[in-house]
Design a protein around this ligand. Structure first.
Ligand code: HEC
Ligand code: HEC
Ligand code: HEC
Ligand code: HEC
Length: 495
């Protein structure tokens, strides 16, 4: 947070008490870390030296709630038909559960050995400090080569200290090389990042849009391999339109939609990007100002590492900068949320219907030429909706941008639907009405998701290979089973 911005900020802000600014990187600069070399991925190894940070970091285990978003918003299963997210998608939980959520998700499938399963290694990238450890030990391209199951016995620790801090100096660091490349693409000198920027960039390592870029390489033994490298599509800039252009020019698609056959993009939480367009970012406020406020216990002041929703903590988080009642601010947040919900529902409905109407058009003989523009509209509509929504918290971080994108998404989907009316009429289905997708069962049936089979396979995997992974990780000294004692193990599918 830059002081000069705040001084200009007017009556909303009381300048006297400012969270965040009293805790720059200097607090720990020069202070030795926890290892002489390498990446110390075991969070508990940091506890002795940094007890307050460890204790509050552990509190991210408090939010273990599974909110099945497909049940809450069944349109999602139609929007993602043919893609993993139509199988299983839950709202985010505390960082403590990142590895477990990833393993339990039906999206990661049920591998039976290191070279099987639907997902690449890249799927671990935002879950564990074992990722920077492996990148350092094996090289980035080797890390990004192979199937997700290749590293099942290596990913033992959930998002923690070494994701954000250097194991040698304990200073904030960028542990993911792809973020450095993304920043360089937008002209940031990554050798000279100031400590204030790091208070957001630490989060941007994971709360950003990315795709898997297929990259050919040759290993030391001369073997040719293809890595799926996490890549930030930032070359043209950070807005939804900038990234859409990037993907369009590349001819990239994440998948072909099962119903409409549209070449789809999946937005992966561009949280940092959309936050950057909002008033807080423009005023120099960083992610850590609100999600890791400064706290004092006894005579010790430190950053609260219990990263969570600030909603229950408005006094500490917001009132350092805002001269308002907590209740008033809470109501402001709630209103912003409701406005987003309303436009989001409309956009999701329009896009889901567009997919189903396009499906019908194909069924009754529509041609590629008739469908081409329509499918591009659907692709663009869904991308903008997803960019706005997958960035959790965007309704607060950047409310205007969120509502703008939802409005554009709806308009683009409706344009596709108008064109579809003509195509449907031409092929004799002028009265077609999209089928009902008002609950998860109906929506997943339309998306042709074989849920019972997926769950059965997953349960098998959890009872067999997963147990092996845990044993192996423990034997290697990567996993201390005591750290998972009493840990809940909830999923959307085990009732
Ligand atoms: C998601 C990123 C993230 C994770 C995970 C994380 N930290 Fe931090 N940490 C931060 C940020 C941001 C700051 C604030 C630094 C600043 O203001 O310059 C910070 C500050 C600190 C400081 C400096 C004193 C203070 O409290 O401000 C220490 C020490 C520290 N963290 C230790 C840890 C330890 C130990 C762990 C693991 C138990 C951990 N951190 C996990 C991001 C993280
Ligand atoms: C290494 C990747 C990574 C980093 C770094 C990271 N996050 Fe996360 N974050 C995630 C993942 C993955 C989840 C979802 C975990 C789950 O559902 O199991 C998540 C969840 C969250 C949640 C939801 C928590 C809840 O209880 O609802 C918040 C808030 C959040 N992150 C904020 C931040 C902030 C702020 C930073 C930077 C200080 C940050 N994250 C850094 C990957 C990361
Ligand atoms: C000015 C304060 C503020 C700043 C700065 C801020 N956030 Fe948030 N964040 C919030 C609020 C308020 C919410 C909404 C919480 C809710 O709905 O319960 C939120 C929600 C979130 C969520 C969703 C949590 C959930 O469980 O759904 C994530 C993830 C998140 N923020 C990450 C970030 C990241 C990453 C940054 C920086 C790029 C950031 N935030 C910057 C205040 C802030
Ligand atoms: C580090 C300081 C800081 C923190 C912490 C902070 N804000 Fe702000 N907030 C600002 C600044 C600066 C502005 C821009 C004010 C302006 O330009 O008039 C702002 C603007 C706002 C606005 C008006 C803009 C909009 O998006 O509607 C709201 C509402 C708001 N903040 C709510 C909150 C809430 C709620 C929290 C806690 C979750 C919070 N802020 C935390 C500094 C802060």
């Amino acid at each position: 947070m830059k002081r000069s911005h705040l001084l200009l900020a007017g009556s909303l802000i009381t300048v006297g008490v400012m969270v965040g600014s009293s805790l720059p990187g200097t607090v720990i600069a020069g202070q030795a870390g926890v290892a002489e070399k390498g990446v110390e991925s075991r969070n508990e190894k940091w506890a002795e030296k940094f007890p307050n940070q460890f204790k509050t970091w552990m509190q991210t285990s408090e939010n273990d709630t599974i909110t099945d978003m497909l049940e809450k918003k069944p349109q999602l299963a139609v929007l993602w038909a043919g893609y993993g997210f139509a199988k299983d998608y839950n709202a985010p939980r505390g960082h403590f559960y990142a590895v477990q959520s990833n393993i339990n998700s039906l999206r990661t499938g049920a591998p039976v050995g290191p070279a099987t399963g639907p997902m690449p290694t890249a799927c671990w990238t935002c879950k564990s400090p074992d990722v920077p450890r492996l990148i350092e030990e094996q090289g980035e391209l080797e890390y990004f080569t192979g199937k997700w199951a290749k590293y099942g016995n290596e990913m033992a620790n959930a998002i923690g200290c070494a994701d954000c801090h250097s194991s040698q100096t304990a200073e904030l660091t960028i542990s993911r090389p792809y973020l450095e490349r993304g920043l360089e693409a937008i002209g940031v000198d990554t050798k000279n990042i100031d400590s204030e920027s790091m208070r957001s960039l630490a989060c941007a390592q994971c709360h950003s849009e990315y795709y898997f870029k297929a990259t050919e390489w040759t290993d030391k033994k001369g073997e040719k391999k293809v890595a799926k490298v996490v890549t930030l599509p930032w070359d043209n800039g950070l807005t939804a339109e900038d990234m859409e252009k990037y993907y369009d020019e590349l001819g990239f698609k994440d998948w072909t939609h099962k119903i409409s056959k549209a070449p789809m993009l999946k937005a992966q939480h561009p949280g940092y990007e959309i936050f950057s367009t909002g008033i807080h970012a423009k005023s120099g406020v960083s992610c850590a100002d609100c999600h890791m406020p400064s706290t004092t216990e006894g005579d010790e002041t430190f950053s609260d590492h219990h990263i969570a929703s600030p909603m229950e903590n408005i006094e500490t988080v917001c009132l350092g900068c805002h001269d308002q009642e907590a209740e008033e601010l809470k109501a402001v947040i709630e209103t912003k949320f409701e406005r987003k919900e309303q436009l989001m529902e409309i956009a999701m409905d329009s896009i889901a219907k567009a997919h189903l109407e396009a499906g019908k058009a194909w069924e009754i003989g529509a041609t590629e030429t008739e469908m081409k523009e329509i499918l591009t509209d659907i692709r663009h509509a869904q991308w903008k909706w997803d960019y706005a929504i997958a960035s959790h918290g965007s309704f607060f971080h950047a409310p205007e941008e969120t509502l703008r994108l939802l409005a554009v998404a709806n308009e683009t989907a409706q344009t596709a639907r108008l064109k579809l009316v003509q195509v449907l009429a031409k092929h004799g289905a002028v009265d077609f009405i999209a089928p009902d997708f008002s609950d998860k069962t109906k929506a997943q049936a339309l998306a042709q998701v074989p849920l019972a089979k997926l769950v059965e396979e997953k349960e098998n995997f959890r009872a067999t290979l997963l147990k092996e992974w845990e044993k192996q990780a423990t034997a290697k000294g990567l996993l201390d089973p005591a750290t998972r004692k009493g840990m809940s193990d909830k999923t959307s599918y085990m009732k």
